[in-house]
Design a protein around this ligand. Structure first.
Ligand SMILES: CC(C)(COP(=O)(O)OP(=O)(O)OC[C@H]1O[C@@H](n2cnc3c(N)ncnc32)[C@H](O)[C@@H]1OP(=O)(O)O)[C@@H](O)C(=O)NCCC(=O)NCCS
Length: 177
C-alpha cells in the first residue's frame, strides 16, 4: 500500500527538522542545489532555528514540509524576491528517494504555489539546472514552461540553469476546468 503523504507549513519550533531535511537533500542530491553540504553542516543549529521561526510566520518567504505517515520526507521553499516586480519563486525542492514517484513533489509545489498565489503571485518561477533532466521533466509535467532566461550555476560556473514559469489560474479559469 502506498504511504499517505501530507504537506504542512513549517512550524516555528522545527529548526532541527529543517536542518535534518536540508542536510539530507544536499547529501543525496548535491547536483540540484546552489548550497553545498559543507555549507549546511558548518552552519550552527541556531541559524536553522531562526530560519524556521521566520518561515513559520513571514509573508515573504516560507518552507513547506512533506510527511509520510507523519515522518518528515521532503521540503520546498517559497519566496518573493525583492525586485520591483516582486517575482514569486519555489526552490530547494527535495523528496526523499523512498517516497519518490508518489506525487509528493507535486503536493509540495502545489502547496507552495497556493501560498504564493494567496499572497498575490500570478506567476510562479523556478530555476532548474539544465543537467537535472529529472527535475526539468518533473516541472514540465506540472505545467511549468521556459521563460528563456538562463544563468550560470554559482556552485558550478561551467553549467547553466534555466528559469521556468507557471501561471496561476485566474478564478474564472479554475471554474472552467
Ligand atoms: C524532482 C523530485 C522533487 C520529484 O519528486 P517526486 O515526488 O518523485 O515527483 P512526483 O511523484 O510528484 O511526480 C510528478 C510528475 O513529475 C514527473 N516526474 C517526476 N519524477 C520524474 C523523473 N525522475 N523523470 C521524469 N519525470 C518525472 C512525472 O510526470 C510525475 O508524474 P507521474 O508519476 O504520474 O509520471 C524528486 O525526484 C527529487 O527530490 N529529486 C532530487 C532533488 C531535485 O532534483 N530537486 C529539484 C531541484 S530544481
Amino acid at each position: 500500500m502506498s504511504p499517505s503523504l501530507t504537506v504542512r507549513r513549517i512550524a516555528a519550533d522545527q529548526g532541527a527538522v529543517f536542518r535534518e531535511l536540508r542536510t539530507a537533500s544536499l547529501r543525496e542530491a548535491p547536483y540540484a542545489f546552489g548550497a553545498t553540504l559543507e555549507d549546511a553542516l558548518s552552519a550552527d543549529a541556531a541559524s536553522f532555528d531562526a530560519t524556521a521561526a521566520d518561515h513559520a510566520v513571514s509573508f515573504t518567504f516560507t518552507t513547506f514540509i512533506l510527511y509520510t505517515e507523519g515522518h518528515p520526507a521532503g521540503l520546498i521553499e517559497a519566496y518573493f524576491d525583492d525586485s520591483a516586480a516582486r517575482r514569486a519563486f519555489v526552490c530547494e525542492l527535495w523528496v526523499a528517494p523512498a517516497v519518490r514517484h508518489l506525487r509528493g513533489g507535486e503536493l509540495l509545489v502545489d502547496s507552495a504555489a497556493a501560498w504564493l498565489a494567496n499572497e498575490g503571485a500570478t506567476e510562479i518561477y523556478a530555476w532548474v539546472a539544465d543537467a537535472n533532466r529529472n527535475a526539468m521533466r518533473f516541472y514540465e509535467a506540472l505545467g511549468f514552461g521556459p521563460t528563456g532566461e538562463h544563468r550560470r550555476v554559482t556552485r558550478a560556473p561551467d553549467q547553466a540553469e534555466s528559469l521556468l514559469v507557471r501561471h496561476v489560474p485566474t478564478t474564472s479559469q479554475v471554474f472552467q476546468q
